[in-house]
Ligand binder design. Structure first.
Ligand code: GLU
Length: 388
């Protein structure tokens, strides 16, 4: 294991940084008022600004809404009832978002708040929406600040921990790195609080049952996830082509500390986000229909372009927006598969038309592409200049 060279933060182009509640919110401070750790947040914003300035896209998944809000509302310590934690989240999220926006704005960075539920990341139609919003924010060089929408999420439909949520966000955003900043400095061979002989692990190439057993189950009072949800996050992220690192967030400038070689645990992915996503589209999803395209569109797709309405000749199946469809040429040969941006009925109406005509035909301005190039997996891959 030690022979593997560890990745460097400088290598990554899109990074999700997950911040745990216990880092942002002080548990020992006064009973009321803000307990947000401003100086720590300011230092983290500095680290983020540095990554951002060298051209990396950064997304933040920040916990802390419930921890902040419960204090403002004056709830007693200990477990909260569902509606109490929802009320706490409603109050705390405002403060959380404001503080992130302010901290980032000192570096000229615009923050955009995204609150998601489990369904937004699991259900493909909604997943496409969250994905498009995130992509647009990143294109505008803004930093999305994301949390679970705890005010409406109930037990059955919520993540409950931001570790797995952050891993889903890394997948959705095709991030190549997920950083989990936590109150531990990585994974140990056993829970270190219980076993003084536990040894830190620097790098994990595959999450085996032995690795899972090392995680134990402990979680601190403020944070929902323990090491177990971090391992779950590692599985999600590495399967989707992102590396993940668990690092100590209790220090000031924790990202700089990782870059300077602080102790942490890397979970390596054998893949990359684009390849992993294309594999998912090509292999995992059950296609709900077929779109036949003309020769010009076949050439365009192979050169790395999106599928536009003009190239569609006819279609079969009663697919919905977000479903996987098979794409075939006029002779019926499979060209690839993709996630379709329109329901079958609407796709039918715009088939063969120019993208400019979409609004006049449908009465609303849909997306310019029927299948976006990022949502396409071609048989044999792409070759042209526009290909990723
Ligand atoms: N979404 C929760 C909050 O913002 C935190 C969940 C977690 O600690 O992982 O309070």
């Amino acid at each position: 294991m030690t022979s593997i060279s560890l990745p460097s933060l400088a290598d990554f182009r899109r990074i999700v940084v997950k911040v745990g509640s216990s880092l942002l919110v002080d548990s020992g401070a006064p009973k009321t008022g803000s307990r947000l750790r401003h100086a720590w947040l300011a230092a983290l914003a500095e680290d983020i600004a540095e990554l951002h300035a060298r051209g990396a896209d950064v997304l933040v998944v920040s916990s802390g809404a419930i921890a902040l809000g419960r204090n403002v509302l004056g709830f007693a310590p200990g477990a909260l009832k569902l509606e109490e934690s929802q009320a706490a989240a409603a109050v705390g999220q405002i403060a959380l978002a404001r503080n992130w926006a302010e901290a980032l704005s000192h570096h000229g960075i615009i923050a955009g708040q995204i609150l998601v539920t489990l369904a937004d990341t699991e259900e493909r139609r909604r997943y496409l929406n969250a994905r498009a919003t995130t992509a647009k924010l990143l294109e505008m060089r803004a930093v999305p600040v994301i949390n679970e929408n705890d005010t409406v999420a109930t037990t059955e439909i919520r993540y409950g921990d931001n570790d797995r949520l952050a891993a889903r966000i890394a997948t959705l955003a095709e991030a190549d790195l997920l950083v989990l900043l936590s109150d531990v400095d990585g994974l140990y061979t056993a829970p270190p609080a219980k076993d003084p002989s536990a040894k830190p692990i620097a790098v994990i190439e595959a999450i085996t049952p032995e690795i899972e057993a090392m995680a134990g189950g402990a979680a601190s009072e403020l944070s929902r996830g323990g090491m177990r949800t971090k391992i779950e996050a590692g599985k999600i992220a590495t399967a989707a082509g992102s590396h993940m690192v668990i690092a100590d967030g209790r220090v000031k400038n924790p990202l700089k500390a990782i870059a300077q070689g602080a102790r942490c645990t890397w979970f390596l992915t054998p893949s990359n986000p684009v390849t992993a996503r294309k594999k998912w589209i090509a292999g995992t999803l059950e296609p709900r229909g077929t779109i036949y395209i003309d020769a010009g569109a076949v050439r365009a797709l192979r050169a790395g372009a999106s599928l536009l309405p003009a190239g569609m000749q006819r279609l079969e199946g009663s697919f919905r927006r977000g479903d996987a469809v098979v794409i075939r040429d006029e002779a019926g040969h499979e060209i690839g598969r993709g996630l379709v941006g329109y329901d079958a009925e609407e796709a039918q109406r715009i088939a063969g038309q120019s993208s400019r005509a979409i609004e006049a035909i449908l009465g609303h301005s849909g997306r310019a592409a029927v299948i976006h190039r990022d949502d396409l997996a071609l048989v044999g891959g792409e070759s042209g200049p526009a290909a990723k």
